[in-house]
Design a protein around this ligand. Structure first.
Ligand SMILES: Cc1cc2nc3c(=O)[nH]c(=O)nc-3n(C[C@H](O)[C@H](O)[C@H](O)COP(=O)(O)O)c2cc1C
Length: 379
């Protein structure tokens, strides 16, 4: 009896007409929208996909393109002065009427002035990156009427940031491009998502396809943040040679910077291996030798190591010097195979997430069908 019912359900499961299949697409779209409803509401965007701020790359054109295509663009303020940031926000507003955010680096000596620029410009969302922010910074942003997003490298810090007033948390795994923590996205997501429900959590690092987006949403994420995938957008001003390096690279080429000596810490950064990577090892070796021989103080040795990469991202992104510059990229670079418009990239990601929902429906249907047949044959 129950087999008969299951079989009847299955015949109905196959769409018989264009209208039926359109209704199915609508249902899948509705499911995706339900899964990321919290993220969409928080960002005020059609899609809960943030364009992760990338210094030199995430300027007005890419940011506006992402927001115009339904995502949420974020300006990377990097080392910009307050005046430059003010101009960049004004220029971005001229290109989009949709919401976008600003990413500020907590170590910036003029952080408070940069926050005031965001508030003065009525930017709705400020992302604080580059370390745990001060309560004063978080409260200044909130007091000015904007929402604060903070990066959390572990659950305990995520909870602390929420207590400090963070309105949302970004967890970014070590697969990401740029400055990275030690823990992978998959593990961070399991550590944080089930236990942090007070505020929306966005997952970043290593996401290059819609299936991965869907899986993090199903684990409880409000949305996602992608950086690497947007570098080769048509609207990205990255130099053609920088983009070509991305298109040619595979996942394993995006490596974390290597530290040779525990006495001289190196900030971990994930970037495509190039001659500068090798030169950085060499410089570290030389500096350590000079320190060991008494030629350099510890402080000067550390400074020489830190200065190696100064200006290197700009050299690669803007000047196209892919040999001496820093090719910051995440492991998802292996999933970047061509230049595309930002709208295409977002449409592709959403399409893949919808296909994944459809694939799951189909697997469920065939599993039912198999068990119905099996039970039928046995009975
Ligand atoms: C070239 C490059 C520059 C970046 N610069 C910044 C930055 O200035 N501030 C920041 O918070 N994150 C920065 N990131 C990280 C991104 O915002 C984003 O979180 C990350 O790229 C997500 O991981 P994915 O690269 O695997 O997509 C950068 C990433 C790249 C690839």
């Amino acid at each position: 009896m129950s087999n008969g019912l299951a079989a009847a359900d299955l015949t109905q499961a196959r769409p018989r007409s264009a209208a039926e299949s359109a209704a199915r697409d609508d249902r899948r779209r509705a499911e995706l929208h339900r899964l990321w409803a919290r993220g969409r509401a928080f960002l005020g965007a059609e899609l809960a996909i943030m364009g992760g701020a990338m210094t030199w790359v995430s300027e007005r054109h890419l940011v506006a393109a992402i927001s115009n295509a339904g995502g949420f663009g974020v300006i990377a303020s990097g080392s910009m002065s307050p005046t430059l940031l003010d101009q960049e926000i004004t220029a971005t507003k001229a290109l989009t009427r949709h919401p976008f955010g600003v990413n500020l680096i907590t170590l910036h000596p003029q952080l408070m002035e940069l926050i005031d620029v965001c508030i003065g410009q009525r930017v709705g969302h400020v992302v604080l990156a580059g370390g745990i922010p001060s309560t004063a910074a978080v409260q200044r942003i909130r007091g000015g009427g904007a929402r604060v997003l903070c990066f959390a490298p572990a659950l305990v810090l995520a909870k602390k940031l929420v207590r400090m007033g963070a309105d949302a948390i970004v967890i970014e795994g070590s697969e990401a491009g740029g400055h990275i923590g030690p823990v992978s996205t998959a593990v961070l997501a399991q550590e944080v998502l089930p236990h942090l429900t007070e505020v929306p959590v966005f997952v970043a690092g290593g996401i290059g396809r819609g299936e991965a987006i869907l899986s993090y949403l199903e684990m409880g994420a409000a949305g996602v943040q992608l950086g690497t995938r947007f570098v080769c957008a048509h609207e990205s001003i990255a130099h053609p040679l920088f983009k070509r390096a991305f298109i040619r690279a595979s996942a394993r080429d995006a490596v974390a910077s290597v530290q040779l000596d525990a006495r001289f810490p190196v900030i971990p950064v994930r970037a495509l291996a190039n001659p500068a990577t090798e030169r950085f090892r060499e410089i570290q070796r030389q500096v350590i030798d000079r320190f060991n021989s008494g030629e350099l103080s510890q402080k000067d040795a550390q400074l020489e190591i830190e200065h190696f990469w100064a200006g290197a991202l700009r050299r690669a992104v803007i000047d196209g010097d892919v040999e001496a510059g820093s090719l910051m990229a995440g492991q998802s670079v292996g999933l970047v195979s061509r230049e595309q418009s930002t709208a295409d990239i977002l449409a592709e990601l959403v399409g893949q997430a919808l296909d994944a929902i459809a694939g799951r429906d189909q697997r469920f249907t065939s599993a039912l069908s198999g068990s119905a047949e099996g039970q039928g044959a046995g009975g």
